[in-house]
Design a protein around this ligand. Sequence first.
Ligand code: ACO
Ligand code: OAA
Length: 370
Amino acid sequence: MTATKGLEGIVATTSSISSIVDGVLTYRGIDIDDLAENATFEEVIYLLWFGKLPNQAELEKLQSDLNAYSKVPDAVINQLKTFPKDVNSMAALRTAVSALALYDEEANDLSQESNVRKAIKLQAQIPGIIAAFARIREGKEPLASPGYSSVAANFLYQLTGKEPDKVAIEALDKALVLHADHELNASTFAARVTVATLTDIYSGITSAIGTLKGPLHGGANEAVMAMLEEIGTVENVVPYINGKLERKDKIMGFGHRVYKNGDPRAKHLQKMSYELGKLTGNLKWYEMSVKADELVTGLKGLKPNVDFYSASVYTTLEIPRDLFTPIFAISRTSGWTAHILEQYENNRLIRPRAEYTGPVNQKYIPISAR
Ligand SMILES: CC(=O)SCCNC(=O)CCNC(=O)[C@H](O)C(C)(C)COP(=O)(O)OP(=O)(O)OC[C@H]1O[C@@H](n2cnc3c(N)ncnc32)[C@H](O)[C@@H]1OP(=O)(O)O
Ligand SMILES: O=C([O-])CC(=O)C(=O)O
């Protein structure tokens, strides 16, 4: 038995949800470029869960279900109030989502009908949890969802307490479309491994959130912004990046396990970063990002991934840096739950093997002789 480090290139399951072939990403066969230009996040949620785009009535039913299930249980909000104010927001989200299961009577019901309902509940409540945590740590009261027809609009209102403007809603909505699913990425794989033991969907999403948090995965968007803040000026990009490359440090937001010629989502986020920067009169983050992109691509042949330009997009939308990865989780909840439903439908325990590299033929030595 020979191990493949990081399971690179290993095909571990079949799936009909999203695919990456020759650098082209599709959700249910529809090119991400097409979806990014035309679809709303709610249409994408429906597409991922039910395998087809919704008609008007189906879309409205989903929007109304999401609003109907949006209330985060008071017990979970009260628990968020007991968390230290300075904890990592993904850790707070992970703990709160785990707690949601305690207040859902059907948490352990594995029927398809119940699992679809719980997918709606998770998709509806995760934005509210993130917004509540962000407000609580600033000494503000959490807000109920205003019941708009858009996840992006509801979240922005719950975060800020202000009616969000059209530009912000559309930008966040597009970011949610772009992050919704991505074949067998690490957090989706973690979710599938978890539920393949026939445990509950909340356990699967808790595993996924803990996995997305890492800087080699979703956590990279926050690390990108930390890097841009550290660089500080457009003039400092070249010496800073050169220094990092000389020290063989990784540059966050670049490289990808599957895409070697560029992530098809990055160009949409780059365009958004430019447009939002122009609109707000602050192109500094965009210009720094482009300079870093030119340098890393030129010197290392590494292209930006989905996390790179999303950092400047969210910053220009005035979203605090440590909510970037939780926002990724709002979007990816649609993909995680789609994969969980698919896993339950045709389940087999996921249990690979390990190539043993430890000592052999050892004997037990009594403690007095060690
Ligand atoms: C939503 C997402 O999860 S997208 C990915 C988000 N993560 C990041 O942006 C973190 C930075 N990028 C990385 O760490 C990697 O490119 C990953 C984790 C995304 C992919 O990792 P892998 O497929 O395992 O590639 P691996 O880390 O083995 O890299 C291959 C080579 O490219 C180099 N490399 C890869 N990414 C980078 C980078 N961002 N900066 C500098 N060098 C890099 C590695 O050092 C390695 O070089 P070597 O062969 O000389 O040792
Ligand atoms: O697919 C991956 O390995 C990481 C990624 O881009 C994602 O999850 O969106």
